[in-house]
Design a protein around this ligand. Structure first.
Ligand code: 13P
Length: 249
């Protein structure tokens, strides 16, 4: 049985006061930890403060990105050790905004995942196709290639640190959600790919989240799908009302 996971990716949004207000609202929500996990990924600069605010809460804090080296001359980067040191529980890796705007390659994403599993640091590993790729009907091939390259050299035993997030680029911040059946088809395809790469038991145990214009109005339909285990939420995670509704889908 895969535990549901609702994660909010705040991207480069909110000031400290707004972030603290939102966290204080999230702190008070009630959910069954044995059935559901809730994560927020705020900006790096607010992490220490928000970790403190969420002490003793069931809501976990992730970073939005992480570097693969332990330390060194990497101006502007943040290591897993630094994140662990302040009580951050994991990180998103390979978001399409990192891939497209900041030119992160599958090879770099693979390095980050390799370091993360070595350090037993949980990762939400993002994949997703562009609109052109979907129109050309190569979306499943594109996404499974991303999954394969990102997980190259990752042993079965280390896969328990990884959650996959399928986020079609054309659905991010556009208000266009993949239909629940299109999302389900992709999730199933990723699971089949993992079954071939590893085995069926492993594929059945990995959580696959959907992301891209998730809202209170579409979360229940998405979560009703057999292979959708949760959501990675952008815009709708920035307001307590909508994010709490999504958490309580
Ligand atoms: P939106 O929910 O704003 O479409 O963003 C999705 C996303 O990119 C989450 O990582």
């Amino acid at each position: 049985m895969r535990k549901a996971l609702i994660a909010g990716n705040w991207k480069m949004n909110l000031n400290l006061e707004e972030a603290a207000l939102l966290v204080n609202r999230l702190k008070s929500i009630d959910f069954d930890e044995s059935e559901k996990e809730v994560i927020i990924a705020p900006s790096f600069v607010y992490l220490p403060e928000l970790v403190k605010l969420l002490k003793d809460s069931r809501v976990k804090i992730f970073a939005q990105n992480v570097h693969h080296e332990k330390s060194g001359a990497f101006t502007g980067e943040i290591s897993i050790d630094m994140l662990k040191n302040i009580g951050v529980s994991g990180s998103i890796v390979g978001h399409s905004e990192r891939r497209i705007i900041f030119k992160e390659t599958d090879e770099l994403i693979n390095k980050k995942i390799k370091t993360a599993v070595k350090e037993k640091f949980p990762i939400i590993f993002c994949v997703g196709e562009t609109l052109e790729q979907r129109m050309a009907d190569v979306h499943e091939e594109v996404v499974n290639t991303q999954v394969g390259l990102g997980l190259e050299g990752i042993d079965e035993i280390d896969m328990n640190h990884i959650t996959i997030a399928y986020e079609p680029v054309w659905a991010i911040g556009t208000g266009k959600t993949a239909s629940s059946s299109d999302a389900e088809a992709m999730h199933k395809s990723i699971r089949n790919f993992l079954a071939k790469k590893y085995n069926k038991a492993l594929a059945d145990s990995i959580r696959i989240l959907y992301g891209g214009s998730v809202k209170p109005e579409n979360i229940s339909e998405l979560m009703a799908m057999e292979n959708i285990d949760g959501a990675l939420v952008g815009g709708a995670s920035l307001k307590a009302e909508s994010f709490i509704k999504i958490i309580n889908y």
